[in-house]
Design a protein around this ligand. Structure first.
Ligand SMILES: Cc1cc2nc3c(=O)[nH]c(=O)nc-3n(C[C@H](O)[C@H](O)[C@H](O)COP(=O)(O)OP(=O)(O)OC[C@H]3O[C@@H](n4cnc5c(N)ncnc54)[C@H](O)[C@@H]3O)c2cc1C
Length: 413
C-alpha cells in the first residue's frame, strides 16, 4: 500500500487548485496524491455548459494543469479510482477492486451529484444530465443529431444549456415549476429581462408546470406535463439541481447531514481531515451562518485555504460568495447572499443590456448582480458586502461615481 502525507479525495475543481497551492507553498515531490473517479486530470467544470459544450474549447483547454505539471512537481494523480470505503481509523481509502491508498492528512472534495428525474420513463436514453466532461460531450453529440430539445429547470445550468442549444439551431423549450426564470435568485424585473433575451432567441417557456412522465411516440420522445400537455422532443436535458456527494461518509464519524460540516479552518470533526468545495458545510464569516456553496470560485478559494492549512498554516476561510454565468452574449456576476434583504436598487439600462442589482439589508449591501457595468461596480460590490458601509439607497441609485459613496459614508479602511 502506498501512503501519502496529503491525499485529496475527489479529482475536481478543488483538487486542481489545491494542487497548484501545494506547489506555490513549496510542497515536496511525493507528498501529495489526488484520487478521483473520473478518467481525467482535474478540469474546470463551468465551460461544460458554455464554451466546451458549444465546441469552442477542447478537453486540454479546460484542464486546470496539464500532465507535465503533475509530473514535474511529483504529484500522483489516481484516475478511475472511485473510492468505495474511507477508513479514518486506519487512514486509508479503498476502491471497489480492493486497491488501497493510505493518507496522513485527507482533504475531502467529492463535490456534488446531479439530481435525477424521478418519473416514469426517466431512464430513457434521450434524457441527459450535466456534471462531467463526458456528459457535456454526450449532449454535444446529441445536439448535432436532434432538432428539438426540452430543458428542465431554470437555474444556471438550465439557462446556460438552453442558450447553447438555441445558438446551435436546436428548437428549445424550457419547462420549470416557477412562474419566472431563476426565481430563487433573480428579482421579477431581472427574470423578465432574461426571459425577453431567451424568447428573442427562439426559446419557448413552459412555466408553472412539472414533468410527470416521458413516453415514446412515433419514434420520438414526449415529455408529459402535470398540466396534461405533451411536448414532443428529440432529447431532454434535466438541470434540476445537485446534492452533496456524501454517501461514503453517512455511517462515519463525520456530520454529513447537509454536506460535511467543517469549522472556519475547513477542518472536519475528525483530526487531520479537511473538506472543501461543494461538499463543505462551513461557518460563513461574512454572513454569520452556515453555508454550502456550489460554485467554482468557492471551490477554488476553499481548495487553496484548505491546502495551506494542511501544510501548517492556520488561516480561516473568509470570503464573499461569488459566481458567474454566461448566456448568449450576456455575462453576469453575483456576489453575496440576498436572503433577508429589505430593499433592492437598480442601476444601468436594461434595454442596453447593462444592469446591476443591489440588495440591501438595513441599508447595508448583502448581494449584488452585475452585468456589463463599469469596472468600479465590480470592485465595490464584494468590498461593501464584506465591510458593510451604511448606504443611502437613493445615492446608490443615482450617483455616477460609486467610489464617492465610500468617502460619503466614511466607513471604509
Ligand atoms: C456544467 C457545470 C457548469 C458550471 N458553471 C458554473 C459557473 O458558470 N459558475 C460557477 O461559479 N460555478 C459553476 N459550476 C459549479 C462548479 O463547477 C462547482 O461548484 C465546482 O466544480 C465544485 O468543485 P468540487 O471540487 O467541490 O467538486 P467537483 O468539481 O464536482 O469535483 C468532485 C470530484 O470528486 C469525484 N468523486 C466523487 N466521489 C468520488 C469517490 N467516491 N471517489 C473518487 N472520486 C470521487 C467526482 O468524480 C469529481 O471528479 C458549474 C458546474 C457544472 C457541472
Amino acid at each position: 500500500m502506498k501512503t501519502f502525507p496529503i491525499v485529496i479525495l475527489g479529482g475536481g475543481v478543488v483538487a486542481g487548485y489545491a494542487a497548484k497551492e501545494f506547489v506555490a507553498q513549496s510542497g515536496k515531490p511525493g507528498d501529495l496524491a489526488i484520487v478521483g473517479a473520473e478518467n481525467a486530470l482535474p478540469y474546470d467544470r463551468p465551460p461544460l455548459s458554455k464554451g466546451f459544450l458549444a465546441g469552442k474549447e477542447q478537453a486540454s483547454d479546460i484542464q486546470i494543469s496539464d500532465a507535465a505539471f503533475y509530473r514535474k512537481y511529483g504529484i500522483a494523480v489516481y484516475r478511475n479510482f472511485p473510492v468505495r470505503k474511507v477508513d479514518f481509523r486506519r487512514r486509508r481509502l479503498q476502491n471497489a477492486s480492493g486497491n488501497v491508498i493510505g493518507f496522513d492528512r485527507l482533504l475531502i472534495a467529492t463535490g456534488s451529484t446531479v439530481r435525477r428525474l424521478q418519473v416514469p420513463g426517466a431512464n430513457r436514453s434521450e434524457v441527459f444530465y450535466l456534471r462531467q466532461m463526458k456528459d457535456s460531450q454526450a449532449i454535444q453529440a446529441q445536439m448535432k443529431r436532434g432538432r428539438r430539445a426540452v430543458v428542465i429547470g431554470s437555474g444556471f445550468i438550465g439557462m446556460e444549456v438552453a442558450s447553447v442549444l438555441a445558438s446551435h439551431g436546436v428548437r428549445t423549450t424550457m419547462v420549470f415549476p416557477d412562474d419566472r426564470v431563476w426565481k430563487r435568485l433573480f428579482t421579477p424585473p431581472v427574470s423578465a429581462f432574461f426571459e425577453r433575451q431567451f424568447t428573442g432567441h427562439g426559446i419557448t417557456f413552459i412555466k408553472s408546470d412539472t414533468v410527470v412522465a416521458l413516453t415514446h411516440k412515433n419514434h420520438g420522445c414526449q415529455v408529459v406535463l402535470a398540466s396534461g400537455n405533451r411536448v414532443p422532443t428529440d432529447f431532454v436535458v434535466a438541470g434540476i439541481g445537485v446534492s452533496p456527494t456524501v454517501e461514503l461518509f453517512q455511517r462515519s464519524a463525520l456530520d454529513s447531514s447537509d454536506g460535511i460540516k467543517v469549522n472556519e479552518f475547513l477542518e472536519t470533526s475528525v483530526p487531520e481531515v479537511w473538506a472543501a468545495g461543494d461538499i463543505a458545510n462551513y461557518p460563513d464569516q461574512v454572513f454569520h451562518r452556515r453555508k454550502r456553496v456550489e460554485h467554482w470560485d468557492n471551490a477554488v478559494e476553499q481548495g487553496r485555504v484548505a491546502m495551506r492549512n494542511m501544510m501548517g498554516h492556520f488561516q480561516p476561510f473568509i470570503h464573499v460568495p461569488y459566481f458567474f454565468s454566461d448566456v448568449f452574449d450576456l455575462s453576469y456576476e453575483f456576489w453575496g447572499d440576498a436572503d433577508g434583504h429589505d430593499q433592492v436598487v437598480y442601476r444601468g439600462n436594461m434595454k442596453q443590456k447593462q444592469l446591476s442589482v443591489w440588495w440591501l439589508k438595513k441599508q447595508t449591501l448583502c448581494a449584488a448582480l452585475i452585468m456589463s457595468r463599469p469596472e468600479e461596480e465590480r470592485v465595490v460590490a464584494p468590498r461593501w458586502i464584506l465591510r458593510r458601509p451604511h448606504l443611502d439607497p437613493k445615492a446608490l441609485q443615482n450617483t455616477r461615481n460609486l467610489k464617492s459613496l465610500d468617502i460619503t459614508f466614511g466607513r471604509q479602511n
